[in-house]
Design a protein around this ligand. Structure first.
Ligand code: PMP
Length: 375
């Protein structure tokens, strides 16, 4: 049996996807070619990329007035590509950022290179939320308290902080918060396709593929069409959304193999009932892990219960001196990559779509057994 892989990303892919890719490695559908060897303009690859676009639209019910783009450079490049494309929209060069952890901080820092960037709200300090004392970046700033500028080109947030384990899904209507017509831009890298997306309140959603959607190398961008075509003059041509959209994500040679494997993940997800069905499994998985952690006293998750991520579960051992032993023994038990991010410490279990309930149950059993021996 393969180990259970709790990596935050690149992360576990569904086994049937890996097996199909292996089977098709040297001869895709009788073409005589590996997908890696095909022209991106040939009929075979066109079929692959078109199906991937269509399947993603179907899986997330992406509205018709949104363009789906497959880009390169990861979410990190999008942190620059977004202001390069959007910040000059009304000629004012302003954007507002909500800070909820390391990834949104990075986005904000990068955007400052391109314009007048303000912090709309931040959880970067300790606070008391519903009677619970929360450390920095273990809660989410309340939208009603965001300081929004009605002449900003967009408001940016990260809806799942992969490192902090904070997930925020009630994306507000910015019109109701006084920022009329200002689009919301969301970094959904680490929970894309784990639950449905309500597109009514957003202008752009982006995500690196290497957690829930496929291998590293391709970035998903879903953008409302009216937001395309406003790039700054110095925006690189390959990163101008207008060029990428007009060329069907083929302004330059796309990451063909990554798109192919991502397309297999989309088909796997469709076979398993789509996003609504996987969401139910994700709820079960997250409940199994959080319920055990909360009840144990030996382990602890410090994120406010209202914004705990279903995908990334950071946890601490009450006795941190046992960390090394925990990691060594968990690996021996076939539970891989549980070490927490260095900025947070402790452990982190990333339980994306490809992790079945069985894998989470194996983790909980190991944690119980470890607690019994060391508690
Ligand atoms: N945003 C989030 C939420 C992430 O988790 C990551 C990667 N872990 C990034 C951005 C950066 O993505 P990439 O490394 O693909 O540029």
């Amino acid at each position: 049996m393969r180990p259970w892989n709790f990596s935050a990303g690149p992360s576990a892919l569904p086994l049937p996807v890996l097996e199909q890719a292996a089977q098709e490695m040297t001869d895709w559908h009788g073409s005589g070619l590996s997908v890696m060897e095909m022209s991106h303009r040939g009929k075979h690859f066109l079929q692959i990329i078109n199906e991937a676009h269509d399947d993603l639209r179907e899986l997330l019910s992406v509205p018709d007035d949104f363009e789906i783009l497959f880009m390169q450079g990861g979410a990190t490049a999008e942190n620059a590509i977004i202001p390069l494309n959007l910040i000059g929209r009304q000629g004012l060069g302003k954007a507002d950022y909500v800070l909820s952890g390391i990834w949104s901080e990075k986005s904000c820092k990068e955007a400052r290179r391109y314009g007048d960037v303000a912090v709309a709200g931040s959880s970067g300090c300790a606070s008391v939320i519903n009677g619970l004392s929360q450390a920095a970046f273990t809660w989410f700033p309340e939208p009603a308290q965001w300081q929004l500028r009605d002449d900003a080109a967009y408001v940016h947030l990260c809806s799942n902080e992969t490192i902090g384990g904070v997930e925020f899904v009630n994306w507000p209507d910015l019109n109701a918060l006084g920022a009329k017509g200002v689009p919301l831009v969301v970094d959904a890298s680490s929970h894309i396709l784990s639950r449905p997306i309500d597109f009514s309140n957003v202008g752009l959603v982006y995500a690196g593929a290497q957690k829930n959607a496929g291998p590293a190398g391709v970035t998903l961008v879903m953008i409302r069409k009216d937001l395309i075509g406003h790039a700054l003059p110095h925006c690189p041509s390959a990163f101008d959304y207008a060029n990428v959209a007009a060329s069907g994500s083929m302004f330059n040679t796309p990451p063909t193999y990554a798109i192919y494997v991502m397309g297999l993940v989309f088909k796997w997800l469709k076979q398993h009932g789509g996003v609504a069905a996987i969401e139910q499994v994700n709820i079960q998985k997250a409940n199994a892990l959080y319920n055990y952690i909360d009840a144990s006293g030996f382990y602890e998750n410090r994120v406010h219960p209202s914004v705990r991520s279903r995908m990334n579960v950071p946890f601490f051992l009450a006795n941190e001196a046992l960390n090394t032993t925990f990691l060594a023994e968990s690996e021996q038990a076939g539970l891989f990559q549980l070490k927490g991010h260095k900025s947070v410490g402790g452990m982190r279990a990333s339980i994306y779509n490809a992790m079945p309930l069985e894998g989470v149950q194996a983790l909980v059993s190991f944690m119980q057994e470890f607690e019994r021996r060391h508690g």
